[in-house]
Design a binder for this molecule. Structure first.
Ligand code: 13P
Length: 248
């Protein structure tokens, strides 16, 4: 079955008003080239509105990196899905390992966030992945299977939810799992999705993330059950990100 791939750039805590130009260049590139993928940039919340305005009508979409589960209220420093939607975000990354580690986000909280995102009509990009230690102990499948079962809301569909497998040890390290390991983990996620959603499990997009670069993107994107990529560092560079987009 052919699944339309997605390439999503996660800028993390990087970017400023100066990068409006970069995102315009991404948008122009995408509008001119025949790239058969959904492409999105998830900048810090401060830039969502500005970038969205700068590329209005383009194929490129803008997403967010995190959200609160409540629509409004006394939650100093937090941003709700409603606000992100108002600013122009079309999707929200939830459960990134940096949030799970730095802020102790649990599967249950990630599930609630995904539910809030879906509830507002946006796409949830749910991140999963094992630590180096868990990888070394051979616990990858068990860990990601548990994370997926715990983080995927019952309202998830292939249209409103994307899964991103990001081994924690591969993020920002320049290291990636062996192709056979990626295939095995994505196959396990697919199997779990089919168990949870027998009718639609085959259609969910499962992205790979963790040190995706211009040099390795073509090989990774060609693997079975890899339906796109969640790109960190390389999405901050025109040359690198567009090379990844061209690598299908
Ligand atoms: P890098 O591509 O910089 O390794 O980051 C991956 C990531 O965490 C994307 O969400």
């Amino acid at each position: 079955m052919s699944i339309r791939p997605a390439i999503i750039g996660n800028w993390k805590m990087n970017g400023s008003g100066r990068d409006v130009k970069l995102v315009r260049r991404f948008a122009d590139f995408l509008d001119k080239q025949k790239i058969v993928a959904d492409v999105m940039i998830c900048p810090p919340s401060t830039l969502i509105d500005r970038l969205g305005e700068a590329i209005k009508g383009a194929k490129l979409k803008i997403g967010a990196q995190n959200c609160h589960i409540e629509p409004s209220g006394a939650f100093t420093g937090d941003v709700s899905v409603l606000m992100l939607k108002d600013a122009g975000a079309k999707a929200v990354i939830v459960g990134h390992s940096e949030r799970r580690t730095e802020y102790g986000e649990t599967d249950k909280q990630v599930c609630q966030k995904a539910q809030a995102v879906i509830g507002q009509g946006l796409q949830a990009i749910i991140c999963l992945g094992e630590t180096r230690q868990q990888f070394n102990k051979g616990q990858t499948l068990q860990v990601v299977g548990r994370q997926l079962r715990g983080s995927l809301p019952s309202t998830a569909t292939p249209q409103n939810t994307l899964i991103a497998y990001e081994p924690v040890w591969a993020i920002g390290s320049g290291r990636t799992p062996k192709p056979a390991d990626i295939i095995r983990t994505h196959a396990h996620l697919r199997k779990t999705l089919l168990k949870l959603h027998p009718k639609s499990g085959a259609k969910f997009r499962i992205l790979y993330g963790g040190s995706v670069s211009a040099a390795n993107a073509a090989d990774i994107l060609a693997l079975e059950n890899v339906n796109g990529a969640l790109v960190g560092g390389a999405s901050l560079s025109f040359k690198d990100f567009t090379a990844i987009l061209k690598s299908f």
